[in-house]
Design a protein around this ligand. Sequence first.
Ligand code: MN
Length: 403
Amino acid sequence: MTLLRSWVKSANVPQCPFPLNNLPWGVFSTADSPARCGVAIGDAIVDLAACEARGLLDAGGTFARPQLNDFMALGRDKWRAVRQRLTELLAEGGDDSLPLVPMAQAQLHLPIRVTEFTDFYASKNHAFNVGVLFRGPENALPPQWTHMPIGYNGRASSVVVSGTPVRRPMGQLAGKDGPEWLPTRRLDLELELGAVIGGNSQMGERLSVEQAEDLIFGYVLLNDWSARDVQAWEYQPLGPFQAKALATTIGPWIVDQQALEPFRCEGAQRDHPLLPYLREQRPGFYDMTIGWTMNGQTMGQTNYRVMYYSSAQQLAHHTSSGCPMRVGDLLGSGTISGPTPDQTGALLEMTKAGTSPVTVNGQTRLFIEDGDEIALFAWAEGKDYRIGFGPCSGTVTPARNES
Ligand code: MN
């Protein structure tokens, strides 16, 4: 696949995250107009609501709404038809009277109303490394890990868009003389990809991996902020709770499956065959660079293809009990880590549970300090173009210490 050239000149510049091949979906507002749906192209946003008002697109009026849920609910055929029409309109020789808004003048919002949030644990490197730190090498990887996607039901209410400040949470921590109530001392990030579910499944209905993939609208960058000291004290036997409820940051742009299709690839090698309900007809991973920075310095970088379970497998497993999925469901991939420390997606791994400091712009860190900015990045690299995801950042502000 090569670059599709657009009459929007900035979209043809090498390494632009938003060429015509990408067309990620989002929600934006400007100083004098309310939030509505748009698509990124070069350094601009196509105003989809204005396009529909002019009769250039047909999405039943859903683009005028301040989230993509109603558009997603129209179904996969509609997603593809609108994408195809936009590709024609934005191509060289297309319609250069399309309503564009400079990205610099737009404020980006949460692209979806997040109905539910589930987070998984699908990088074997990460699961093993963290397991060693919490339980030692013998018990690092739980026996079921290579047989099923492990996850927990998270909070949709604390999912925020890139740029939202993240307050350091207070929490109950284990102390020498009993529990203490303190600001977390071990605030961490988790580098993840979030799958956005664009359709509904019924209660009692089990989805195959292929049916599950058809329900995925697209992917966003996702930082699952984690308070490790809170987590260590609370997590047994029911898993993380307040350690992960403080905030989850997602990127403003949803990159859809069609943009990523040329990068489809195999994931990590399997230890043994999965049960039939988790087997996939074709691999559900993408060859995609993904990483994170602290205060502008690249800290960790790996590839999404290191993952053991795809989002489609996670979604199929999620419905295996008959649990219904809804438009706007968000599924976190789990922390994405490669095998070496500079490929890890969390400070817990990178600093070996806070024992081996890292250097950031000449300062040392074990975990995130107040004022630090964490930003995630990802791109898939074509022959002469890139599929980017835009920003996914958050700056940590001091705890409100109320006893
Ligand atoms: Mn996570």
